[in-house]
Design a protein around this ligand. Structure first.
Ligand SMILES: CC(C)(COP(=O)(O)OP(=O)(O)OC[C@H]1O[C@@H](n2cnc3c(N)ncnc32)[C@H](O)[C@@H]1OP(=O)(O)O)[C@@H](O)C(=O)NCCC(=O)NCCS
Length: 172
């Protein structure tokens, strides 16, 4: 496994087409997709399509993307965290999604902070954005704990969201 970066407890790596079962396990839980404007997936082929059509092209086109996360030690897959270029908004978006047994352990904050650091220091991205559904309290808390600045309320693809930005602190 080629590691992109690690945190105290986590390893992050690129997804491959061998990971469809992991994505299926994650996105088939209705609780996990409750606030992300997606239906739970019911077929592992849908997971494979999303890796081929959405995840891998980000690595190829932009040099970053959503990365698979594993616990150090056991190497258990627990979800993903990472960056995504949104051409329709011309923004680099921070996002994360964890398997439900791993919620509430501080992993999202740990992964999000490390992703911001990697995006600013290694990738030299000038501004990273984030958004979350107004009722997704846990995600909003993670964004705010990372120190991102609230920008406003918006409706994105029919969902009411709060939007945030973080300017690269290393840019002069
Ligand atoms: C959102 C998500 C990533 C949070 O992951 P997590 O590992 O539980 O996050 P953390 O433990 O780092 O922090 C969550 C914080 O929110 C708080 N929190 C969680 N649920 C909450 C709730 N219902 N109300 C208030 N606070 C809540 C936690 O107490 C914690 O705050 P604290 O550190 O001050 O105690 C996780 O719930 C998830 O994967 N959800 C499904 C996918 C998703 O919604 N992704 C985000 C899309 S924008």
């Amino acid at each position: 496994m080629e590691i992109i970066f690690e945190t105290k407890r986590l390893l992050l790596r690129e997804f491959t087409t061998d990971d469809a079962a992991l994505i299926y396990e994650l996105n088939s839980n209705p609780e996990v997709v409750k606030y992300v404007h997606e239906e739970p997936i019911t077929d592992v082929k849908v997971a494979l399509t999303s890796i081929i059509d959405r995840i891998i092209p980000q690595y190829i086109n932009y040099g970053y993307g959503r990365w698979a996360m594993h616990l150090k030690g056991s190497l258990e897959f627990i979800g993903w965290c990472g960056l995504k270029y949104r051409p329709e908004r011309d923004e680099v978006d921070l996002g994360y999604r964890f398997k439900q047994p791993y919620w509430g352990k501080g992993y999202a904050t740990e992964a999000a902070l490390a992703t911001l650091q990697y995006g600013f220091e290694t990738l030299d991205i000038p501004v990273i954005t984030a958004m979350a559904h107004i009722d997704n309290t846990a995600s909003l808390k993670v964004i705010e704990k990372c120190g991102m600045q609230f920008q406003g309320f918006e409706e994105v693809e029919g969902c009411p969201v709060k939007t945030y930005t973080f300017n690269n602190p290393y840019t002069k």
